[in-house]
Design a protein around this ligand. Structure first.
Ligand code: NOJ
Length: 450
């Protein structure tokens, strides 16, 4: 047993007065109203129409109807004493074909959200890109087309110019490793492309966009705090054998190091030999264009992975040993519940001198909640959050520059290829009636933050 859990009596004051507390959401997972008020189609609208791509054929057309119910839901954020609200700006809502025309109704919508947050004394934290690429751009090659650097730059400019007078905290991009890996290599997320010839240019162009986006924000909003967010899973080898240790190192390069190192000016890690081929998509001067000194790095951790050598797996020669086969506690996503993972993830990112500040921009868990007499007693989620917070505190007390924590997520919502089955919310949603019930974990977070 690693230290931390039993060593701390959890109390908000232990994290210090300036520690940032929040809750995270993303437009495509909560808004619905995909065709309303001039919104264009996103890659997810199209992908979810294809049979077999999303569990149970679930679609994001309504989700939790945040588009119409945002005032009620932000009021719930207030009721839970959560001072910071993270949400994303749907690219196809503000620029229906991705570039060129700006949809004023979309801009008005996000202005209402921002203004309502501020009216309630809640600080808005904006993610610019959370995976909903306009479908019109995907038809031109999407993330594989280098033109995206210009398209993305315009989108960032529209966000900065319309919302930057009130939004002080920005995240340029959400989890590039996931949308490029799942969407352009494995084909299990939108737009469903596969293979190395899609994956490698998507990686490089998303790095260029992240850095370009950071620069545009800083130029236009010199006082804003600018970050970007990365997925990370603490990786451990299956055994001490050299081949498993080496496989774990390659998996770590792909899962955790690829994007933070590229954007920190360190280039692409050479532990995975296929990454050398990214050079085929680089132009002279790109090394400089890839880097940006973000004010903070958002890290999003849910679990750890155990990695084993597997010579037959192309490019990486490694495989993840499923948590289900390891006799460990798991969530509805079949991810292992292992709180020290977040401590190790913080330590790993903290070791980069380029990382100035770390904010946990997502952490949370899906469990099969049940409603009994209008009450959801989700003790597993509550324990998960407390245990993970203890580990965040352990890292902070050891001097790591971790300065904030956002729970994923406010309400149950559309979990991508998994549809509505995994429930991550602090607030339960009955998707047939849109009734909201604050779960025990939500009440706990509210009391903790009081
Ligand atoms: C990371 C993603 O940013 C978010 O969209 C997703 O729902 C959660 N992790 C849980 O899988």
């Amino acid at each position: 047993m690693e230290p931390g859990i039993e060593n701390y009596k959890l109390n908000k004051d232990l994290f210090g007065d300036d520690f940032v507390w929040g809750i995270s959401t993303a437009a495509p997972q909560i808004e619905g109203s995909c065709d309303s008020d001039g919104r264009g189609k996103s890659v997810w609208d199209v992908f979810t129409e294809i049979k077999g791509k999303v569990l149970n054929g679930d679609k994001p057309t309504t989700t939790c109807d945040f588009y119409n119910r945002y005032r009620d839901d932000i009021t719930l954020v207030k009721q839970l004493n959560i001072p910071n609200f993270r949400f994303s700006i749907a690219w196809p809502r503000i620029m229906p074909s991705g570039t060129g025309n700006v949809n004023q109704a979309g801009i008005d919508y996000y202005n209402q959200i921002i203004n309502y947050c501020l009216e309630l004394g809640i600080e808005p934290w904006v993610t610019i890109y959370h995976w909903d690429l306009p479908y019109a751009l995907e038809q031109k090659g999407g993330w594989t087309n280098r033109e995206i650097v210009n398209w993305f730059g315009n989108y960032v400019r529209v966000c900065a110019d319309n919302f930057g007078d009130r939004v002080k905290h920005w995240m340029v991009m959400n989890e590039p490793a996931v949308f490029t890996g799942a969407g352009y290599f494995l084909g299990i997320h939108a737009p469903g492309r596969t293979g190395i010839k899609n994956f490698l240019p998507a990686i490089h162009h998303s790095v260029l966009c992240m850095a370009a986006g950071g620069k545009i924000l800083r130029e236009r909003l010199p006082d804003a705090e600018i970050g970007t967010t990365f997925s990370c899973s603490y990786i451990e080898p299956y055994s001490e054998k050299d081949k498993d240790v080496a496989a774990a190192k390659r998996a770590d390069a792909m899962i955790n190091r690829l994007f933070i190192e590229a954007v920190s000016g360190m280039g692409y890690p050479d532990d995975v030999s296929v990454f050398k081929e990214i050079e085929n998509y680089m132009l002279p001067g790109d090394e400089k264009l890839m880097a940006f000194d973000f004010d903070f790095i958002g890290i999003q951790n849910y679990t750890r992975e155990i990695v084993k050598s597997a010579f037959w797996v192309p490019y990486i020669g490694a495989k993840l040993v499923k948590a289900e086969d390891r006799n460990v506690p798991i969530t509805s996503m079949k991810w292992e519940v292992h709180a020290p993972a977040i401590y190790h993830a913080i330590k790993q990112f903290n070791a980069y001198p380029q990382v100035k500040k770390i904010i946990i921009t997502e952490n949370g868990a899906a469990f099969p909640d049940v409603v009994i007499n209008e009450v959801v007693n989700d003790t597993e989620r509550l324990t998960y959050l407390q245990d993970h917070l203890s580990q965040v505190l352990r890292a902070k007390n050891e001097g790591c520059k971790v300065a904030g924590y956002f729970v994923w997520t406010l309400t149950d919502n559309f979990e991508w290829a998994e549809g509505y089955h995994p429930r991550f919310g602090l607030i339960y949603i009955d998707f047939s009636t849109q009734q909201r019930i604050i779960k025990a974990s939500g009440h706990w977070y509210g009391d903790f933050l009081k």
